[in-house]
Design a protein around this ligand. Structure first.
Ligand SMILES: [Zn+2]
Length: 252
């Protein structure tokens, strides 16, 4: 299994990080991505990736940073991209639910980071909240890029849009275990471009809802995806692991 999106850089893991990672590998997780959302959390993601075999970093500035970032934040970010354990730029995107009200500043930060990713031949992990149309419009302007819609929570119609672009991937989190519209969308998800994640410490799946989420729990999301697809868990695992390998820049 591959947990393509966790925030082990969150302070909620500062006490027992090593145990959390150990539990995940004991459950059969092979790779864990730690995802940044600011310069500091991205640097921390790289630090954690350096310390553990099988752990990788995704670095980027979340839309929450849109009114705070400076040219120097982007330079600090770009400096991290040469690191062999950095496997994508993210999570970046648009958040019209909780992000800064100035949508233009969000779009500017988003576009600048897509350009940085492409300049460094890296794929992009997308954060999308109440902004699917605008994200599609911006990302559609970069046909040479590879994009992953993280923690997909859109409609089956949104999934149709993703299906029409062969470089667009989709990732399911624990939401698939408790939201019917996400299950419906997953039925249509492209079998060769779908991966799974926890988004830990958030979004714990059934039967762990309400608890701190952790990479070991990605198995519940994988099981539900396998059920929705009507395939065995081992088969779904092989498919999603293979898709993660073709999307991220894993060097090992
Ligand atoms: Zn996240």
């Amino acid at each position: 299994m591959t947990d393509t999106h966790s925030h082990l850089n969150d302070e909620r893991f500062s006490e027992d990080l090593a145990e959390v990672i150990e539990r995940a590998f004991a459950e059969g997780v092979r790779r864990i991505n730690v995802v940044g959302y600011s310069v500091e959390s991205s640097e921390r993601a790289v630090e954690i990736a350096e310390a553990y075999h099988g752990v990788f970093a995704v670095v980027g500035l979340h839309p929450y940073e849109a009114e705070r970032y400076t040219p120097s934040s982007l330079r600090s970010l770009e400096r991290l991209l040469d690191h062999p354990k950095v496997v994508a730029v993210g999570e970046i995107g648009l958040d019209y639910y909780r992000g800064p009200e100035d949508r233009e500043s969000q779009k500017r930060l988003f576009r600048e980071q897509i350009e940085i990713a492409l300049r460094n031949s890296l794929p992009v992990v997308l954060h999308v909240r109440d902004a699917f149309q605008d994200v599609v419009e911006i990302v559609g302007g970069f046909p040479e890029g590879k994009f992953l819609f993280h923690s997909f929570s859109g409609s089956p119609d949104d999934m149709d849009v993703i299906l029409t672009h062969e470089n667009w991937y989709v990732s399911f989190s624990g939401m698939i275990t408790f939201l019917e519209n996400v299950r419906k969308a997953a039925e249509k998800a492209p079998r060769d471009r779908t991966v799974v994640e926890t988004d830990a410490p958030y979004l714990a799946p059934v039967p762990k809802r309400g608890k701190r989420n952790e990479p070991a729990f990605v198995k519940y999301t994988l099981r539900e995806l396998a059920r929705v697809w009507g395939v065995g868990v081992v088969e779904a695992e092989g498919m999603t692991d293979g898709n993660a390998e073709s999307f991220f820049r894993y060097g090992e």
